[in-house]
Design a protein around this ligand. Sequence first.
Ligand code: ADP
Ligand code: MG
Length: 695
Amino acid sequence: MARPDELFAYFGDIGGLPGIGPRNRVLVERVAGARLKDLLFHLPAGVIDRRYRPHAAVAEPGRIATLALTILKHVAPANRRTPYRVLARDDSGFMTLVFFHARADFLLRQMPVGSVRLVSGRVELFQGDRQITHPDYILAAEDEDSLPRIEPVYPLTQGLSLKTLEKAVRAALDRVPALAEWQDGPLLAREGWPSFHDALRALHAPVDAATLNPDSPVRRRLAMDELLASQLALALVRHAARRKRGRSLKGGGAVRGAIRRALPYALTADQDAAVRDILCDMAAPEAMLRLLQGDVGSGKTVVALLAMAAAAEAGAQSALIAPTEILALQHLDGIRPLAVAGGLEVAVLTGRHKGRARTEKLRALADGDIHILIGTHALLEDDVVFRDLGFAVIDEQHRFGVAQRARLAAKADRGLDILGMTATPIPRTLRLAAYGDMDVSRIREKPPGRKPVTTRVVPLSRLDEVVPALSRAVAQGARAYWVCPYVEDSAGDDVAAAEDRFQMLDGLFAGQVGLIHGRMKAADKDAVMTRFQAGEIAILVATTVIEVGVNVPEATIMVIEQAERFGLAQLHQLRGRVGRGAAASTCLLLRADEIGETARRRLNIMRETEDGFVIAEEDLKLRGGGDLLGTRQSGLPGFRLVDMEAHGDLLDIAQDDARRIVATDPTLEGRRGQALRLMLYLFERDEGVRWMLSG
Ligand code: ADP
Ligand code: MG
């Protein structure tokens, strides 16, 4: 779908806005994004209310106040440490204006002695006198109109001032045009919602604090736009999938039987049930779309393997796609021995395979000699052609989007059955928003013999007690992960932190420590992982690259540094790396000495439970689900305006509406359809849709 002309301005670069030079551009991009629409979707966190107009003598300390003051005197500082002061008064009493590192000539011009100035800022009490340090506004009385009465406050980053951001947002608002209405007319009327463009304006020029409440008409309107865009994209994809000839994959069971006989364990009841669900979907003539949800270590891989075996029995090839190379290789390790027992040919394809090796794999794939192809995004490339792809497994499904799903589907001429897998237990509302109404199988029980993980929260100041304990454990043959935090805002700092920790531990445990982080080459990462797996090194210092799926059953210790910086879901994922073998495991959450209330509650939850579903629900309560899917936004992946707790009720409406739209105008040709195209494009849900509209 080509970008509609009306949206040109919305996708313009923020660099063109007043006050956004190269330096500020980087900062604004960091907090909001690089395009005007990103900036406009940057929600104010609150407002500054400048309507409080007290007399100077009674101005309440701590409040933002606006006062009309007569300038009495400028007092230059005696030395560099004391501030520049401007004495002022009104009829009731005095007010001092305080400036650090001031430029006297500028201040004298701004506030000549004897002039009257409108001053707005936070009132403080200093040694019994009222003062305002660095007022936000100093205006001549006749410029009163340019003083905002209510001012939005935005989340910022270091070095970026509120004024700069505000000015940029205002300019952005003036540059983007109003758009044709895409919401359902009766719904708008019933809810009393403004148009999209008016809602944006109201959001950034709030008339009161309530405008910014998630349940205000403005916020609900914008949330609905975002929800409808996601639900419509999903509905269009589903519609297209249904239109495609479905495929019934039904095997005789011989391959599965051989694999089951080769398994060193029996499947749990949940695993068995999941396999049954999946086989049933596969056998049905419709295209399958099912999510397999199970905590880390719950044994999803073998379920996926049995499904792929069934596909092979039915003569179809399978693909298993994982978000990282480490994960793909690990799946290969787990699957290959069993697949071989079933007589299946397994191959792996990642970005690392190039030249002859790649060409040969692709030829074998096209000839049908490979039954199961495991890999990363590299599987999605156009020249990866199957003889007959019928089944796909998408591991850590939430890391992939609709578009990637569609690209896989495009490789399957006779229809594709898709099994998503996720270790992130996603509550229903979130799941609906992210995936639409996908069928779900759950593995709740862990394989037998797993011991619970003992979790302890320890302040970092007691690091000197942790090290000897670790030393004793390592002496007895234990293997440990040591995770260093991902520091946002400062790209690369996570690597620096991990490197420092590696140096320290390597000094104490010479030769027994390895380091792994995201900026290492894949081959180097694998080499370190392999040594840890083989027990050649006892301690693996890592950034969060080990977050998903790594399986080293012998590892029994997980140390997480600055645990207060991690979200619950991430902590849970990380902890899931241990407790996989027969030996008892420990998770040490090292925290800063001072931590906030939410962080404290999070760490307590970790100490209290290992149940991923409980943790997910708690996470949703604490963070509005933001961290749940590993995204930095305070909502859902790819959602900026939705607050699930406040807007959950809109999800059902959006879903119903999306279904109705697809039923009446599946190609979005009608008048509303045209407007809906704008919406899809604006909310960047067009990518997956493009396939569907074209196909
Ligand atoms: P995940 O759900 O995290 O992908 P895996 O599939 O990697 O979990 O399984 C974790 C480990 O549990 C593997 O070593 C696997 O062999 C083992 N496992 C899986 N199912 C069972 C079972 N029913 N009984 C015992 N061990 C099992
Ligand atoms: Mg896994």
